[in-house]
Design a protein around this ligand. Sequence first.
Ligand code: CTP
Length: 422
Amino acid sequence: MSQTNEVGDGVAAQRPMNVVIGVAGGIAAYKACHLVREFTESGANVRLVPTENALEFVGAATFEALSGNPVDTGVFTRVDEVQHVRVGQEADLIVVAPATADLMARIAAGRADDLLTSTILVAMCPVVIAPAMHTEMWLKPATQMNVDTLRTFGYTVLDPAHGRLTGKDTGPGRMLEPAQIAELARTVAATGRITRSLAGKRVLISAGGTQENIDPVRYIGNRSSGKQGFALAEVAAQRGAEVTIVAGNTAELNTPAGAEIVRVRSTREMEAAMQERADDADLIIMTAAVADYRPEHEADSKLKKGSADDALSTIRLVENPDILKGLVDKRNASGADTVIVGFAAETDNPLEYGRAKLERKGADLLMVNSVAGGKVFGEERNSGWILGADGSETPVQDGSKQVVAVQILDAVERYWDSTLQS
Ligand code: CTP
């Protein structure tokens, strides 16, 4: 991970990004070790700043060895280097993981009584806070008020996951996985803090590829990984939306915090799952790579090579329903104001074909990208254009699929604002 800096002669130079990882005293502190790796492996210079209590869980030697930098907790060590100011001033990004209820209270109160809180108080860079605590503590008014205060101050406080906590109990409060935190933090560094701009909205997203059975062992499918759909779900959930993902076949991906996942296999199953939930949604995004055709007959037993009817060499296909078009028709028939976003991956003439597809399907917005030469499917990055039914054409800057998700959701929010005004 590097940062472009302007140097004296006006030439852009690259230097490693300075990432400070703050660690508070909770059992999830051990996961901070994986978080360090997430950043060091992308070339960042990582400085770990634990609290005294964090060192009850993970030793300073572990953090020093992983980061290659010294580890201090107080403001009275290395005083000659004025660390309590310098670490925060030099940071390009601060990630606090785990953040305990106590640490968030101290930051919200503007305390600067250890190296971590004084670093945060000094810093002008983006700060991403990943809470981890028991459900009861997370839900207490005091904690929620502190979270609101921190968000008002401009910090990105990530919603924790629902899941198994230290003991046998489950509920919201579990820290997000290190890979999720790192990805969200990188997105914040690239696009700015995440606000709760989708609070109260219900978002329904299809992701991955559908598969159509030929017989019990064979199917027709595609190479969609589901990454773009999950990235949209992750960002929408962190913006405060209630998110449901209807997922076909996907790569192994972390569940976005708080999102519900409905697993389906075929196009018709995906259609049914989307139709069932469409009326409740404020926003529907069809990122799924839908199999356009399915075998006319699914064999009950495995088809044999060279059989008399030669069923394997000639498979008759029938067309699948167009899920997106069906959702638009349903919305139009009911008069609902659900915003519907489609995707189009084109190998040729992406803008021309994208515009025609947007009109044919009747969606409000269409993200179109070029997949010439097998690009994008399964890859980490994406780019393209967002076409609007109002004739708009917004370029989507190249970035991680999460950075692209931010641009798509921004376009949706602008669309909402413009349709509300008209
Ligand atoms: N889509 C859908 N149902 C289908 C096919 C596509 O809902 N049977 C959705 C996709 O999820 C995507 C959009 O429609 O949001 C465009 O998908 P694409 O495969 O590009 O469109 P097709 O209509 O299949 O056109 P093409 O002939 O280019 O494949």
